[in-house]
Design a protein. Sequence first.
Lengths: 290, 775
Amino acid sequence: MEMSEIEKYVAPLAVQEAVRILAAGAVTIVAGGTDLTPQINEGRRVYAPTLMNIRRIDQLSRISVDGDNIRIGSLATVAEIRDNELIKDHAAILCQTASHFASEQIRNAATVGGNICNASPAGDMIIPLLVLRAEVELARWQDGAMTVRRVALDQFFTGPGKTVRRDDELLTAVVFKRPSADFIGQFRKSGPRPALEISTVSVGIGGDIKAGRFSNVRVAFGAVGPTPLCGKQTEAALEAKILDHDVIQAAVHAAQQDASPIDDIRATEWYRNHLIGVFTEELLNNVCQN
Amino acid sequence: MAEQVAFHHIEKTSLIGKRIKKPDAPAKATGKTRYINDMVLPGMLYGKILHAGRPHAEIISIDTSATEKLAGVHLVITAKDIPDLKLGFVKDNAPLKDKVRCERDEVAAVAAETEAIAAAAIKLIRVEYKDLPGVFSAEDGLKDGAPVIQERFPDNKSLRFTFKHGDLEKAETGSDIILDDSFNVHYVTHCCMGTSCAIADFDHNGRLTIYSQTQYPYNYKMDLAPALGIDPGDIRVIQPPTGGSFGAKLDIYPFEPVAAILAQKTGRPVKIIFDRQEEFINSPTRQPARIHLRSGCTKDGVLTFRAADVLMDNGAYTSWGPTVPVIMMRTVSGHYRVPVVDFVGQAVYSNNAYAGSFRGYGNVQMTYATAQHMDMLAEKLAEEYNLDPIDFRLKNAQKSGEVTPQKSFLRECALAECLTTAAQATDYVAKLNKYSTEREQPGRYKHGIGLASSIHNAGGAKIHKSDGCGTILKMDDYARVTVITGATEIGQGIDAVIGQIVAEELGVPPEHVTLVNDDSDLGPWDVGVHASRTTFIAGNGARRAAIKAKEQILAAASKRANVAANALDLRGGYVVQDKDGAVVTKLDKMLRQMHFQPEPDVVMVSDYYEPNSEPEGRDHISDHSAAYAHAVHIAEVVVDTLTGEVKLEKITMAQDVGRVINRMGLEAQMEGGVAFGIGFALSEEMLFEQGHLKNPSFRDYKVPTAPDMPEIEMHFIESDCAEGPYGAKGIAELPTIVIAPAIANAVYNATGIRFFNPPMTPEKVARAIWEKKQR
């Protein structure tokens, strides 16, 4: 256990207040704490002098429709996303993923913003959000005012635990265009047990099905590279195709090309590649059946 | 005041077999329980140990000067401060080390004002090491020129156990089928929810009070004393509520004497508590083993021999782990009739972690091998000689009155009944045949069914000259009972069982019985909680004490009512006529009358119960338990042949429990035991690389979670053990022992692949299926 180095604890009530605190520098942000706490306990991270709890910022918890967009506040918990009617109606793949996320206790505490900022290659919520072509909103205090920029989620991650978010930026929301009525999305993860499992491999596939043809296809993989990644070759193999046996087999092959898994303590490269193929085929068969 | 009697006749009823609530359950469920981990004593310091973090090295120098200067640090100690203090089964271990032999080795320790200061303080200790080549497997330890781990054992050979019975060569010649396989049983650990913790406090007379999670408080003193250089009589052991033990606390480990030495030298209470990572690295493991098993039988399905050659990685020091052959050599045969047995077990020192005792004690490892061999023989006999797999087992199943080659006297043997009950409940043979046909057909998900069985001691294990337990029982003027027992509570439920047994005898509600069993200055001697013995031994002791108290009360009541004592009984808080339950007097009133009569007396009795078993002796061959029990588990699984995931659909178990005492506690022990076995079979594994534990966290060491648990159908066979309390037998270890090979046999039935190296993780299963397809 590291000696605590927290000198100041702050719990702002508004985003503007939070980004001003961030601007002063040397801040650790805590939301659900489900990644931060074990990382601190294991000595993989140390607290900055200021610990900022953002959970009291009500406006960050909202899930809403914003014109053509669906907007999920960064503090929305995984359980809230799973149970949200709006999300169920428009982006069921998020609910499907949320119901396989960790355990009920962790789902109640873990936030979507935290899951994204933790930037684990195995971060479960990231996969369906990549499939939905989501963007994140990053707020900061700059020249006496708050500014907000948007970054596409597929541009957000730079390595394990690393993102383009600046230290003085707060991730305030994740936003995606409301999927069309023809959209279908599927998620699959694996691990040796059904709960509290860090994905060995996860796959998300989404697109519009119209007259048997799959279009606007988006494929994302977790735990098979240094960041969650989009499967460009797999998408190309599927785009505007009818999902017959040959197309699915071509997609399976492409998925194994897209992925660049490694051997680690949780699985070998062989198994991850194998699962990528199994899950891609399984999800595409599900898409066909729906 | 006139005696108020609510009713005049009280029916005879029994609590035995009922569901009795565990007295501490509400406090544990609500978080009110104060575990040892929560305890703070006035003036208490926090101890912290610097572990080597490398497997094999000379310690060139230790510089503690920076640590000593840190504000809040009271003391820093190294091996130089405490020479000649030893611990362990062969005294090859020390509280602090002058040479590193494994990753966990304790190099230095500090006592400081706070946990944070202690943690910072050990980081300031500068140690210069010279790394040495290491030994990381038993096989490597035996090689010529292998590095020597313990200077006293230059060939790296640690404990060795052998047992030979009958003519092996002749048995082999007479066998039509001989199997020859190697099983590699892996490292797992207990994962107690309460991490290891001790609080030590010396008084000014040199007497140590140690707050401990131990499960053997009386012999604990004997083991702790030489590690401190004090007399065992100067140690008082207090046992606050503990978050699990499962065998892990059946020995002392270096943190305990270190806490005591820090307390002795600072004059302050000192607490050492592990965080979860320390717990994974510094706790004992289950003994891993390579079991080379050979089994034979005739074409008529008669078993001819079993030969087991067991090689064990001893790790760097010797705790209870490498003594598990004592049980292995007994359970290698002994529930199926095996006339010829040949067993050798050899432990070899290495630079790996070292093992302690763990629920199932060697039998988890041995049954993983023997129950798969029985399944393989059954399959061959069915295919080649048309023998039914259950008939084959029944043919060889031992019966009441038989004595095994290891001298276990099977007084009440219900193996055949366990087999038929479980097989009929699951339609085992029909499913077995159906699934083995289906596995060759196309399809991603394959069903499988697997059966396993074993034997375990169920009436203690006389590893010392006595396997007894002392009990002191007193009653107060309000008919409340206090039982002071040597039996320790580590969560297994002896609190509920003793309350139930004493209430049964004395005709009072179980909640009127208070158990005192947390202080070695009060409690009479007991061996400890191990060997599935506590309900049997301490239960018998409590019952005998209660009967003595009852006799004393009835003798007094007999005088008062002028009725023969044997015509009276205690029921529902009253003294009654035995024949019709007619009330004689209220029990509390009777007790006050005894107390305040001209020749005053209080009810205060004691008992020392010694089971009718034989000490193991030097060769460990004797009728060492007062009872033996058998269990049969049938696992039904679905294997995803692509991902390799094994889903447990249902477990059906039939176990000889002698007699059900507390049905709720019994069911909970079965569920908990099975959960342990499922983890061992499917997901739990300590991953070592060059002596370094790679997964010291619950994130990467995968214990089963609630959704992993299948439906469990329990059949309790009541064989009515003559020596057991009300006929009961010990029950706690068999559920952990039997389930893993049942799962392995089911996975075989589903896939046609044998897994000799648990755990059967999804990757391992998927890979094996994929490789089989490539052929």
